[in-house]
Ligand binder design. Structure first.
Ligand SMILES: Nc1ncnc2c1ncn2[C@@H]1O[C@H](COP(=O)(O)OP(=O)(O)OP(=O)(O)O)[C@@H](O)[C@H]1O
Ligand SMILES: [Mg+2]
Length: 361
């Protein structure tokens, strides 16, 4: 596929602060691409440069090969949906949606049919004559999306569009947004600090930290093979253990000494050196828990632990375990009624070498 929207070494500073630091990204046509990262990492600043509201200090932005870095916002085939809806309060739903085409002086019949199509697309038929004040948050956000899409932008920029909604509505809107994007096929650049939103919506995600991209990958790759400790810790929950490389094994495995856990086999690159200090990451759900078994049968990737705390989470329970001086977080499916561990229980923890990964700092 041809590169569609290219961000080429783009930087932007505010005084001494480098809000966006030499970011390069290539976004495909029709892709749902997310910028994910903690508050203040530069997501909105990068999005505003794509929209044309902010000028990069250096670097270029290309759309279909054409340099749009210096194009004003209204000249770009790009529309933005913000967190706070930004609807005109005195105009009805229909009039809000029609606004962009009226500005372009399209004919009345053309506007009417486009507005009807958009209202049907975002399922607002029953609310077309209402004013924004009469709408719920989710309905307002649907209007904001329709108002942007009526311009048939080549790229739709969305900056935390669901942040003001409650959890249930957010989940509902996520499903709707996915369906909507599939229907219109418009390229979406979606900004969020919510990993759940990014993971469920995106084809690819750029994880940002302090103005830089830490990793660019599919949701599954980010979760299963995080490039470093920041990404591993930001997306999902993770146990981190400090260890020392003891032996490089065949098949991409490494034997590591972790105080309190013994000498497990983990996944790591063959460039590691014996004696090197490393960090090993294991997701709580990848730890297998079983009732205590005799120490003699103990495989390398198994250690005894004591249940310190149990936290109820609806469909599953979270366990805080103690293994010597280490705290280990694990998870149990509550359907597994036969084996729901309680505080004070001794148990055995084991894990597959492929779910224990050495991550760089
Ligand atoms: N106009 C501005 N003037 C000065 N500093 C700014 C300006 N806009 C943003 N910043 C700073 O640049 C950094 C990046 O801001 P940005 O709004 O891009 O972050 P963000 O990732 O969108 O965060 P959030 O998730 O909180 O919206 C922050 O430290 C912010 O304070
Ligand atoms: Mg922001």
């Amino acid at each position: 596929m041809q590169d569609f929207l290219v961000i080429d070494h783009v930087s932007k500073s505010f005084g001494a602060l480098r809000a966006v630091d030499a970011v390069s990204l290539s976004i495909m046509q029709g892709e749902v691409f997310s910028l994910l990262g903690p508050s203040g990492c530069g997501k909105t600043t990068l999005l505003r440069m794509l929209a044309g509201f902010e000028r990069p200090d250096s670097g270029r932005i290309l759309l279909k090969g054409a340099d749009i870095t210096d194009l004003p916002p209204e000249k770009r085939p790009v529309n933005t949906v913000f967190q706070n809806y930004a609807l005109f309060p005195h105009l009805s739903v229909s009039e809000n949606i029609a606004f962009g085409l009226q500005m372009k002086r399209r004919s009345k019949p053309e506007i009417r049919s486009a507005v009807e199509r958009m209202i049907a697309l975002v399922r607002m038929e029953e609310h077309a004559t209402k004013n924004p004040a009469q709408l719920s948050g989710g309905q307002k956000q649907r209007v904001a999306i329709a108002r942007a899409l009526i311009n048939e932008p080549q790229v739709l920029l969305l900056d935390e569009p669901l942040a003001a909604l409650d959890l249930k509505l957010r989940q509902h809107m996520l499903t709707e947004l996915t369906a909507l994007q599939r229907e219109v096929g418009t390229t979406f650049v979606y900004v969020t600090h919510d990993q759940g939103e990014a993971l469920s919506l995106s084809h690819r995600i750029a994880v940002m930290n302090q103005g830089r991209v830490e990793q660019l990958a599919s949701p599954a790759t980010l979760y299963e093979s995080p490039a470093n400790a920041f990404v591993a810790g930001f997306i999902g929950d993770a146990n981190f253990f400090r260890g020392v490389v003891q032996e490089i094994l065949p098949g991409g495995h490494v034997r590591v000494e972790i105080e309190g856990l013994g000498h497990p086999h983990v996944t790591g690159s063959p460039t590691l050196k014996i004696g090197e200090a490393v960090r090993v990451m294991i997701r709580p759900e990848n730890l297998h828990l079983s009732a205590q078994c005799p120490a003699a049968t103990e495989p390398a990737n198994s250690f005894p632990a004591l249940v310190d705390e149990v936290i109820y989470f609806g469909p599953h329970q979270r366990l805080r375990l103690r293994a010597s001086a280490l705290i280990v977080h694990a998870q149990q499916n509550r359907q597994d009624q036969s084996l729901l561990f309680k505080v004070g229980t001794s148990l055995r923890v084991s894990f597959d070498p492929k779910v224990a990964r050495i991550v760089s700092e």
